[in-house]
Structure formats: C-alpha cells, structure tokens
Design a protein around this ligand. Structure first.
Ligand SMILES: Nc1ncnc2c1ncn2[C@@H]1O[C@H](COP(=O)(O)OP(=O)(O)OP(=O)(O)O)[C@@H](O)[C@H]1O
Ligand SMILES: [Mg+2]
Length: 366
C-alpha cells in the first residue's frame, strides 16, 4: 500500500528532491517505441539541457505499456547510458507509467479525523478498482479539505506487478528509480514550467505516442481529468505497411522521414485519415470532460509525443475540436547551449522530449 514504494512524486513530497547536490535531474521515459532520457542541470533558478538521448525498442518489448521483454528494456537502457557516449552526473532517475495498469481518480471522502484519511480513501478505492486490492499500490494527494470534513483527493493506483517490472528494469540497468511518476503528471509539469498562465483557465495537454494518446486537463494546478486511449502512431505505420505492401521498418521510415524526400500521395492520405482519428479521440475525451466535470471548459490544447509531428496535425485538431491548438514546446523555459544543440535539433526533439523533460523537472523539484 501507499508509502512503501517511491511512488508518484506529486504525491510524495518528501521524495521529490534528489538532485543529490550535483544540481542535475534525470527523467527516463520508457515508451512503447523507444526509451528517452533527459538530464537537466540547475543554473541559478532555471534549468538547462545537459543531455537528450533515445534508443528504439523492439516492438514486442512493451504491450499495452506493460514491459513484456525485460532483457531488451534493460539492454536498451544500458545502451542509452553507455558512459562512452554520455556521462551522467547522477544515477537517480524519475520514470513514469501509463496504460491500463494505472488508475488516477479524483474522489471526495468524508472523514472526521485526518488520521483516518488514508484508510478511508483506500477502503473506498477498493470498491471500484478493477484489480484485486492485494495487487495494487496506492498513493494519494489531498487537494482540499472543507469544514464539513469532506476531503477532495486524487488517488493513484497501479498494479504492483507492473510497477515492479519498471523498477527492476531501471535497477538492472544500473540506475536508481527514485520516483515513479505518471506520464500525466509529467505532462502537467512540462506544461506548467513552460507556459505560465492564469490558473483559472483549463488546458488540455495531449501526448500522442506510438501506441497511445494520453490526455490530461489541468485546471488550477490540478490534473482534473486524465484519459489514455490505445491509438497511436503505430496504427498509422500499420496502415502504410498494409496499403503499400511494405515491411514495418520501411513503412515507419517512410512515415517519419518522408516529409523531406517527398511522400507518395497514398501515404499523405493515410496520414490525413489517421490525424483525423486522433482529433476525433481528443474531441471525444474533451466532450466527456466538459459533460461530466464541474471544472472550467478547456480553452486550448497543447500537443506532444512523436506522433504530434504529423504535418498539419495541430491545424487539424484545431478544426475538428474547435479549440486553439499548438505543439508544446518544452524549451520555452529550458535553456540549452546552441553550440551543443542546434535550434533545428531542438525543434526536432521537442515533441519527443516533453514527457522526459516533465520527469526531469519532477526529479529536480524543490
Ligand atoms: N516526423 C514524424 N512524423 C510522424 N510520426 C512520427 C514522426 N516522428 C516520430 N513519429 C512517430 O511517433 C511515435 C513515437 O512517439 P513517442 O516516442 O512519443 O512514442 P512512445 O513514447 O514510444 O509511445 P507511447 O507513449 O505510446 O508508449 C512513433 O509511432 C513514430 O512513428
Ligand atoms: Mg510516450
């Protein structure tokens, strides 16, 4: 149960600072298609990019965001942090989970004594968790507590077996998993650090990866709504593979690098259709949020993740959802040395770096 694992940084303030005196903070994101690492260095009160690196994962390494192939994940992390390529200042990392083994729920509990809060939250949570309580690790954060003893909390529950596979891979690769966060909170972090704005406005941050779309609505500094759908860039690759009779690898490379070399019309068309599907998923989620939540309506959308690089995606989402939409720039507030990272490279990695930067920021939070 809560407290016995370095879980969900947002919820465990005591664990939320471990730059270890070196002023460096590392985010490690284990995604379905690749593992990405960001090291940030504290410079006075701001953060500067020290390292960004990624390694591809074989497509059977994860399934539904559960690690299936331990060895290939461990070997990939080891390759990523190979000391001949990159000298990290610390081994302590913040990583994150997503997928159906993770549940985030906002709930209202009524307890006379604050000392009874945890028992009461966990008891209530057990009523509707789709897993056996014995198999779950839970943590929570109190958002507010009224005079009537009604307490507004955010609960995070995760399947212990899945959490363990993440932690074990990180450990076996020689790193220390100091915090396991959720990708939703990482998106919130990267947004808040880079887009200072009126907290009364609600914003949707959307990460479109290889196998999933993660959506978090942030309002008043709180992740008021989260949604994870299993549609992503890999669906587009599969369509290209099928329609052009290509291997997965060729379809993927045509998709990712075809913009520069000229893309067959058929591929552009398939991209347009998939972009439309992504936009529909986002609209559905936001319609649901608007209908079921008492929170403020979403005012704009920020897109991240590798699949947000589909040309014209933000314009398409803007049209379909009817809200201003931009690609999230995680380097608005994070500096970098232009002699080391060219502006073109920074623009290229921006969408991919959103989650790992959010994790690094959490690692370095005070
Ligand atoms: N330039 C590009 N145009 C279109 N798609 C791209 C481009 N670059 C990367 N992608 C796609 O982005 C996806 C990878 O994005 P990302 O690294 O954010 O996913 P992930 O974190 O591995 O997956 P998930 O978050 O779903 O577990 C792949 O499907 C890849 O094909
Ligand atoms: Mg991802």
């Amino acid at each position: 149960m809560g407290g016995n694992a370095p879980l969900f940084s947002k919820l465990s303030d005591a664990l939320a600072s471990f730059t270890g005196g070196s002023g460096s903070a590392i985010g490690l994101s284990i995604g379905s298609s690749s593992i990405k690492l960001v090291e940030l260095q504290k410079v006075k009160k701001t953060w500067k990019l020290q390292h960004f690196a990624m390694v591809p994962l074989p497509d059977d390494a994860l399934s539904n965001r559960e690690i299936i192939n331990h060895i290939s994940v461990v070997e990939s992390i080891k390759a990523l942090i190979d000391p001949s390529k990159m000298k990290l200042k610390s081994k302590q990392v913040c990583s994150a989970m997503a997928g159906t083994s993770l549940i985030i729920k906002r709930m209202m509990v009524e307890v006379p004594k604050i000392s009874e809060l945890q028992d009461s939250i966990f008891w209530e949570a057990e009523q509707y968790l789709p897993f056996d309580a014995q198999e779950v690790v839970m943590d929570f954060q109190v958002l507010s507590r009224g005079k009537d003893n009604k307490t507004d909390v955010i609960l995070v529950a995760v399947k212990k077996s899945v959490l363990d596979t993440y932690m074990n891979c990180i450990l076996d690769a020689g790193l220390k998993p100091k915090i396991m966060d959720t990708e939703f909170f990482a998106l919130q972090n990267v947004f808040e650090a880079n887009y200072p704005m009126d907290p009364s406005k609600a914003v949707a941050i959307v990460d479109i990866g290889a196998t999933s779309i993660k959506i978090v609505v942030v309002h008043g500094g709180v992740p008021v709504y989260t949604k994870d759908t299993s549609l992503g860039g890999r669906n587009l690759t599969a369509e290209i593979e099928k329609h052009l009779n290509l291997s997965f690898v060729d379809a993927e490379s045509l998709k990712v690098s075809g913009h520069a070399t000229g893309m067959p019309q058929e591929v552009s068309d398939l991209m347009g259709v998939m972009a439309d599907n992504f936009a529909v998923e986002i609209r559905r989620a936001l319609d649901f949020y608007n209908a079921s939540s008492s929170g403020a309506p979403v005012e704009f959308i920020l897109l991240g993740g590798g699949s947000s690089k589909i040309p014209e995606l933000s314009r398409l989402v803007e049209d379909k959802v009817g809200l201003p939409t931009q690609i999230l720039n995680p380097f608005n507030a994070i500096s970098y040395d232009p002699a080391v990272f060219s502006p073109e490279y920074i623009a290229e990695i921006g969408p991919l770096a959103a989650v790992p930067i959010g994790l690094a920021l959490r690692a370095g939070a005070r």
